[in-house]
Ligand binder design. Structure first.
Ligand SMILES: [Ca+2]
Ligand SMILES: [Ca+2]
Ligand SMILES: [Ca+2]
Length: 287
């Protein structure tokens, strides 16, 4: 998988200099976590914690145990009127009893969330830690069929709003995915919002697909009641469980799809500045 760390700080330092010359102002912000050895800038809630795994230091939203809930959000609000984000997750040790039409153990999944309520919010179980978060938009990776939520199956992506994980009749804005999200492999996710349409891409190859898995027209600024949001993740477990780990994450507060997760010079500069945690770097674009 992608390893996107600068080869050396000396190289990165050179980029700092270049940026100082070429990007003297501000307009775009970048959040970059190559790993979660330093979670500065994030507020971790509930059972969420950094964990050491074979992937390095990961953000473990929930561990493989019943009735866990965890969330992690940027401690400060960031522009979300347009954005592009990329992250990788791995869900391990899925387990628990089978019921409600599920044929595989493991639950409940995780959600990428933009919300304007609080950096310290989250729920549990069937709500994937997202239920009840008003003024929000969530992209769920749902691994458990809850018939009462009109889930379209036991493994699907969905775009949900205002903390409501009930998809409604016909389960609009969901897409079943054949390969289990909790099969233990690394999933790569791209989510892009151009101010009109929210698009979701996900696969296990790490190569950005041309076609979106799911899209939904949304006015996110209206939903949030503002242009800015706390951005992050939620997860929950109930009768079934799994380790829900975020391995790395980048978020750009402008629509600029991340084609190659290897960092651009600006990201290297951030790294060089020693900010392994949440980084909001301002640099001028030439618009
Ligand atoms: Ca499952
Ligand atoms: Ca579910
Ligand atoms: Ca669902």
């Amino acid at each position: 998988m992608q390893q996107f760390k600068p080869k050396s700080l000396a190289v990165a330092a050179a980029f700092v200099t270049m940026l100082a010359v070429n990007s003297p102002g501000s307009s775009a912000a970048i959040v970059l976590f190559n790993d979660f050895s330093d979670t500065s800038g994030l507020t971790l809630n509930g059972n969420a914690a950094a964990a050491s795994t074979s992937d390095g230091s990961v953000l473990r939203l929930t561990r493989a145990a019943p009735d866990q809930s965890g969330s992690a959000f940027s401690s400060a609000t960031i522009n979300a009127s347009t954005f592009s984000t990329f992250f990788q997750f791995r869900i391990t040790e899925p387990g628990g009893p089978l019921f409600d039409g599920n044929t595989d153990s493991g639950a409940d999944g995780l959600v990428f969330v933009v919300q304007s309520v609080s950096s310290s919010i989250g729920g549990i179980g069937a709500g994937i830690g997202y239920a009840g978060i008003n003024k929000s938009v969530g992209v769920e990776f749902d691994t458990w069929n809850n018939s009462f939520n009109n889930d379209p199956g036991s493994n699907h992506v969905g775009i949900v709003t205002n903390g409501n994980v009930n998809h409604g009749a016909g389960a609009p804005f969901t897409q079943p995915v054949a390969t289990r999200f909790d099969d233990g492999n690394i999933w790569s996710v791209w989510i892009d919002y151009d101010g009109t349409n929210l698009e979701v891409r996900a696969n296990q190859t790490g190569l950005r697909p041309g076609i979106a898995l799911l899209s939904r027209a949304l006015d996110i600024a209206s939903i949030l009641g503002q242009n800015t949001a706390y951005v992050g993740f939620t997860s929950g477990t109930g009768a079934d469980w799994g380790n829900h780990d975020i391995l790395n994450w980048q978020y750009r507060d402008e629509f600029r799809p991340i084609v190659d997760p290897v960092p651009e010079p600006a990201s290297l500069a951030i790294f060089a500045l020693g900010c392994l945690g949440l980084v909001v770097r301002r640099h001028r674009t030439s618009k």
